[in-house]
Design a protein around this ligand. Sequence first.
Ligand code: UT7
Length: 333
Amino acid sequence: MDGGIALIGSGSATPTQILTNAQLGQRVETSDSWIVSRTGIAERRISAPEESLVMLSHKAASSALEMAGWAPSSIDLVLLATSTPDDLFGSAPQVQANLGATKAVAFDLTAACSGFLFALITAAQYLRNGTMRRALVIGADQLTKWVDWDDRRSCVLFGDGAGAVALESSDFQDDGLIDFKLKSDGNRGDCLNLNQFGESLQLIDGISHQKGGFRPIEMNGQEVYKFAVREVPALLGELLKANKISSKSLDWLLLHQANQRILDAVADRFDIPHEKVLSNLANYGNTSAATIPLMLDEAVRDGRVKKGDLLATSGFGAGLSWGAALLRWQGPS
Ligand code: UT7
């Protein structure tokens, strides 16, 4: 039988610049009360021009390594979930080099706001089947580079950040990944996009090529909202049922931080008291692939999430993509 995995360390990093709702009101017609009541967001972090995705990822990964107490040279895999790499060829190798994780293979994985969960499950497969022993999974995004700051229906939601988790192979009896399910539906992909320009240029007579570049984020908020409140409880419900776990025995609900109303709706569906719903939306907004590890790290460091705690987690977003997992936090020994 394959082995298990243990979640040993966590880390996170956010840019220092803070943009409050009131400040955003200087740019678009909106108000603090509208944004707070519709999303739960009060402020978000915006990367300064000199703050790169690699820098944020490196900081988050370093503190996860430090918590785990691991030497960088002992890492086998650096998996970076991001939709906003500094380099479209991949930013993970730069993070690997900066960490001094000389033995590790490093690559990017793109699944928008579901990216961290998809990456966690991907890394877990290498650890379970015995080909690797230690992995760093990073979720990092700088969506503020790609937001249309004149579109008040979307610009209020997003912020930048990074989070990371240190994973190790373990005995199957101590498996920290109790179960998971991942889903995609490209047929519904047009409600949240960061699409190419599609500009065609003539190279020579008779041959044209596409010029690279991307348009800002386009989002149909209502459709994404409906998708999230329908699919997330359905998938979590399937997982709980399949594993005969009652929602009452969950210590924490750790959802992708997209909108407080989505978090509350999912919690209500399972009668999970709101004190068990982890949320830092007010401070960071939606940091895409970073939300889950950023939230986890905060709750681990302030002592809310303790050794042995059972967490139900779910990521969801563009693709469309979504997934859920039941996790047990191990922490450093
Ligand atoms: O990782 C996944 C990422 N995406 C999401 O999670 C998005 C999920 N969707 C949502 O969170 C919500 O749909 C939003 C927060 C984006 C929007 O909330 P809503 O309750 O669905 O608002 P709405 O789009 O139905 O708009 C209601 C009204 C409209 O005015 P009218 O047409 O009723 O007069 C909008 O023009 O609110 C207006 N509005 C705003 N007003 C002030 C939309 N954005 C704003 C704004 N400030 N920022």
